[in-house]
Design a protein around this ligand. Sequence first.
Ligand code: BLA
Length: 323
Amino acid sequence: MGFGGSFSFSLKSSSSSSFSFQQHTVQSLKRRGFSIQSCFSVSYHKFVDFALDQTSLHTQLLPSPLQEKYNSINSNDGKGALSMLSFETDKIRLLRSLIIETETMQVLDFTVFPKAEYDVPIFCANFFTTAKTNIVVLDLNPLHDIINQNDYKEKYFKSLIPLGLKYAEHFPWGGKLTSESIKFFSPIVIWTRFTSSSQKYEVLYSAFRDYYKVWLELIDAAVKETDEYQIFRNLEAQHRYLTWRAEKDPGQGVLKKLTGDRLAKDLLRSFLFNGVDELGSKTFDDYFPHYHGEEGTLNKNGGNVGKSFENRPWDASGKFRGQ
Ligand code: BLA
């Protein structure tokens, strides 16, 4: 099974406007009779539209070389659609989004990876929605340690603590996590689960807009690093992040169900976490020697094994308290 399928489109015809590019995808889906989002009170396309529009106000969005191969595919059962977009800019190595729409779920996986010359956090929005429930991660994932060291936290998160607190009120902590995940999250992470409601989606959309706008300000202000060692540190941190997510993304099972094992693996390694096979040679075990396979999996009774952080581990001043 190849990518693109019958409703792939030419990159060249999309010119420089990200918006028409996006609309093209939506129109393609509509032409194919996908009105799936109508049974949900949320569609994540407007989130991506917003992000692309905002980005192009700040800088020029260039189509990523990945776009030609990864654009739109149907799920194996023909009842769902996966839409993918990818871009780069002068400071962004890869901005990519995956939207999944089926009869039973709406998923957004939107991540922006800065180039290694910038130590700006990775923008991360992961929303998994069914008719009843939602699993949400929205964050500026730190590139460097913010739990044991202060400098990176001060540089990027100190001024954002009030923003995090504003949304923590609306979105209570989502419960236990693997201890690795917590190290990739910032003090302003929105990690939450909620029962589906249109009012909640409005707040989520507002949070997404606010987080993306502050992230754009950070990347705008970022000065290109010239020190080889610092660039290497950033690159290795990016590669470590990609290695974690390509291996442990909780969405893997869903992707495999929708597209089959081979395509799911290709999507994970070449599109979603592109760079995992190119940006470094360390392996998962090199980066996570203490990871025990049972962490984060479900036991036979459906209980979580090896997870912690039942409550938000940061206090209101952004200090890590742990638990
Ligand atoms: C669950 N997704 C989760 C959870 C987290 C994340 C923390 C809770 C379960 C856990 O502790 O692992 C997301 N974890 C992240 C993110 C990072 C991380 C963003 O470490 C970044 C460093 N989610 C998606 C996509 C799908 C998806 C694309 O992003 C589906 C295609 C599904 N996420 C999904 C599902 C669950 C989940 C089904 C529940 C899985 C479970 O409870 O075991």
